[in-house]
Design a protein around this ligand. Structure first.
Ligand code: T3D
Length: 262
């Protein structure tokens, strides 16, 4: 366990709080490994049926801790390709391949890889005061942590390029208007609203929600025929789940469904 990521499990929701507030929750190696360990746990434990990711203090995450990249300390230039492969890319893949809902509550500024980790989550809520900043251009880097992929797919090239090249902060409400996130909410309501959403999803048909995630993430890379085949195959799986039987029974008995996630 590490203090850099606070973890608690309640009502099926694994709440993960990035916790280096004095550095706006920027990533050092310890926080990377702690987050990865928790996401791995979310893959493995059946009791975890949703993940809620947020940040401690006034920021969500300011990306890489640049104190760990200080060129004035001397030595050869770092191999940032290697650090992406070792630290950021596994985290991105763990979020995208987790077949359970991942909710992100962006409580404040989300910059660099911090912004793009938020955008990799399934449902993103942001405090109205939060901003998304593709900060990379300010320090001569390129958008990473999946940002070049997600921004382009969600927003298209014109907005993706302008955000990435100018590093202009994108306020939460505009991010919601552009369809980059699910919604912007009043700061005071963010955590309660995100927790309620995560709790409700954690009580949902986890297997079906996981297959839904897989299906929707495949759509952009598939033809309609491929996607129809995939819908057929995954609906076959969903149709064999206990939660489908329970959902239909509950409907016919005019009562709320009691899903087990299987
Ligand atoms: O290296 C690799 O492995 C490759 C991967 C790269 C991925 C990346 O994410 S590259 C992008 C790195 N991130 C940035 O460039 C963002 C840097 N931060 C900022 O531009 C600003 O802090 C913000 C716009 C995010 C917020 O501004 P503001 O004015 O609200 O806060 P602040 O005063 O700048 O920051 C508060 C404190 O957090 C401050 O410390 P201090 O002066 O109070 O002791 C600041 O230095 C610290 N902080 C913020 N971001 C980082 C950071 N310290 C280290 N690294 C940071 N990224």
């Amino acid at each position: 366990t590490s203090e850099t990521v606070l973890a608690s499990l309640e009502s099926g929701v694994l709440r993960l709080t990035l916790n280096r507030p004095e550095k706006l929750n920027s990533f050092n190696e310890e926080m990377h490994l702690a987050l990865r360990a928790q996401l791995t746990r979310a893959h493995e434990e059946d009791a975890i049926r949703a993940v809620l990711l947020t940040g401690a203090g006034r920021g969500f995450c300011a990306g890489q801790d640049l104190g760990d990249r200080d060129p004035r300390k001397g030595g050869p230039a770092p191999d940032l390709g290697a650090t992406l492969e070792r630290f950021y890319n596994p985290t991105l893949r763990l979020i995208r391949t987790l077949e359970k809902p991942v909710i992100c509550a962006v409580n404040g500024v989300a910059a660099g890889a911090g912004a793009n980790i938020a955008l990799a989550c399934d449902i993103v809520l942001a405090a109205k005061s939060a901003k998304f900043i593709q900060a990379f251009a300010k320090i001569g880097l390129i958008p990473d942590a999946g940002g070049s992929w997600s921004l382009t797919r969600i927003l298209g090239e014109p907005r993706a390029k302008a955000l990435a090249m100018t590093a202009e902060p994108l306020p939460a409400e505009r991010a919601a208007d552009w369809g980059l996130i699910w919604k912007a909410v009043d700061d005071a309501d963010l955590l309660a609203e995100a927790t309620a959403l995560a709790t409700s999803l954690a009580a949902g048909p986890t297997l079906g929600l996981g297959l839904t995630k897989r299906l929707i993430q495949s759509a952009a890379g598939n033809s309609l025929d491929e996607q129809l085949d995939m819908e057929r195959d995954l609906q076959r799986l969903a149709g064999r789940s206990a939660d489908y039987a329970e959902g239909v029974t509950a409907f016919l008995e005019k009562r709320p469904a009691r899903f087990t996630g299987k």
